[in-house]
Design a binder for this molecule. Sequence first.
Ligand SMILES: [Zn+2]
Length: 263
Amino acid sequence: MRPRSRCPRCAAPIGAGDNVPILSWILLRGRCRHCHQPVAWRYPAVEIATAALFLLSFLRFGLTITGIGMATLCCLLLGLAVMDAETMKLPDAFTWPGMVLGILYSGISLGVFRLFPGAFEPLELISGIRISGHGSRFAATVRLTAAGLAVSALWALLAALLLLLIRWLYFLVRHQQGLGIGDVKLIAMIAAWLGPAPAILTLLLGCLAAALFGIASVVASRGKRPFRTTRLPLGSFLCAAAIYTIFAGQIVIDWYLRFYRLR
Ligand SMILES: [Zn+2]
């Protein structure tokens, strides 16, 4: 990415040797080599969290397309969560490429069907291929690719439309924007990667967590924060909910669908 990494205090460029995750921060004792001012602990914290999510992806999904895909998605989600918390923005430089990667992943990955089998039943119907079957694997892969890309793009589009509808309804009621356009793109990205059921679970859990946090922070401020207009980085909560859904979402989805005897 350009411009390349620089010290936020003195703007001196950070050399490759000083830019090794975690290690450089420890070796430099958390200070810039040039101006000797402290480097925020947020940097090594994000690096450690990234490593932990990569390890978790490997332990959960192994060295498979799913494992590599989920590690990539976690990396995107963590970056977006931290940026939204800090700047209240979800940069297009993450959400748009994230959406494209998600569509490509769904197109090439057979593993994802094992990850969320129920979510991809429409794909089986459209392509006429049973994912769990044996037979000609190569032919199945080639045919699945086009259908996988199309279905993933469709879920992304539907997710974006749902969020735009919520955004529009909020505007009608309150006459002010309540939902950022970045959140719309974020949910579309998550739907492209994970499919509809995990995307809905993410939306539900993210909004629930944000609402609880919002109520708690308004109460804790003792009247300093107004209840009706306090702003929250919803994207951060959605990203956290998406990471939860990647590793534990299927259990929740199965539990829920059992009420409708769909499992
Ligand atoms: Zn510096």
